[in-house]
Design a binder for this molecule. Structure first.
Ligand code: NCD
Length: 306
């Protein structure tokens, strides 16, 4: 087993499949009255969150607790980080406390890689800048597999703000490792040539959502990440939504069996219409539930739980 999960590229097909299979066993547990396993009793998991998060943070906390680990939640707000303490000094503090795993979310791409040099425990990337978010990709793959029965040969469209999306990057890496055919779709400003070129040996690139929809088994909508945009990438929210938003008429262009995904948080009415987000084709709430099982599997396997 690998020691750290910093990138979806850390996972070969066998390891990724082992995580998904283990997550399925963990999911069976959540149907029971007592949801706890003693697997990580006496181990310490630190959640180190420098960036805002709702789902991911709660999910990692629930996962570690269901495995009986001791959980320490650290958020940059209200800590010595606001006094200017560096990541390295924070890491050394965690090290001194004996963290067996550190789950980190940080606005700087590459922060989990640096952290892994400074702590002895396992490092799990919970989202670093615009770079990667491997456990999101794992929970997305898990959701696709449980809804559609397979990943190999599955046609997946990832739509929207590809440029700023760590979710897109990790999904491209993981899904192609597992045999899916991925097409990234969005305006040229949000899939610039160099990004398209970097992805092109693994994926297709398209600027025409309506052409891609009828061919897709899965359509994954991405949030438009205005907080990461210094320039204007499209004329207006309305114009964006008209070209790249998933509304009810577009939903009807999808094959009958196709599912609609979104990692959250959503801009309802922009990249996804409320009726689509709440439709039976949408797996958005399921993705959140699956996130806990997948993160249990990741922590369990990385820490060599019994
Ligand atoms: C994503 C993230 O933070 O990268 N959300 C998540 O983890 N569920 C996507 C986003 O912020 O748009």
């Amino acid at each position: 087993m690998i020691k750290h999960l910093r990138s979806a590229a850390d996972l070969d097909a066998a390891t990724a499949t082992l995580i998904l299979d283990t997550a399925a066993e963990m999911a069976a547990l959540s149907g029971r009255e007592v949801k706890k396993l003693p697997a990580l009793r006496g181990r310490t998991v630190v959640n180190l969150f420098y960036e805002d998060s709702t789902r991911t943070r709660i999910s990692f906390e629930a996962a570690a607790k269901r495995l009986s680990a001791d959980v320490i939640n650290f958020s940059a707000k209200g800590s010595s980080v606001s006094k200017g303490e560096s990541l390295k000094d924070t890491a050394l503090t965690l090290q001194a406390m004996g963290a067996d795993a550190v789950v980190i979310r940080h606005s700087a791409s590459g922060a989990p890689h640096r952290l892994a040099n400074w702590v002895e425990g396992s490092v799990v990337n919970a989202g670093d800048g615009t770079h990667e978010h491997p456990t999101q990709a794992l929970l997305d793959a898990y959701t696709m597999r449980s809804r559609l029965g397979r990943l190999d040969g599955l046609k997946v469209a990832i739509v929207g703000d590809v440029l700023h999306s760590r979710v897109a990057r990790s999904n491209v890496l993981l899904l192609t490792t597992l045999g899916a055919q991925v097409t990234v779709v969005g305006p040229p400003t949000l899939i610039p040539l160099e990004v398209g070129a970097a992805l092109s040996d693994k994926t297709q690139v398209s600027y025409d959502l309506d052409a891609v929809l009828p061919e897709s088994d899965v359509v994954m909508m991405l949030r438009v990440q205005t907080e990461r945009m210094q320039d204007s990438y499209f004329p207006s929210a309305r114009e964006y939504s008209r070209r790249y938003g998933l509304d009810v008429p577009r939903l009807k262009r999808l094959p009958e069996h196709a599912i609609v995904m979104h990692p959250g948080p959503m801009n309802r009415g922009m990249e996804i219409a409320p009726e689509v987000a709440d439709s039976p084709r949408s797996t958005i709430v399921e993705q959140v539930a699956n996130g806990v099982s997948v993160r249990m599997a990741v922590l369990y396997l990385l820490l060599g739980g019994k």
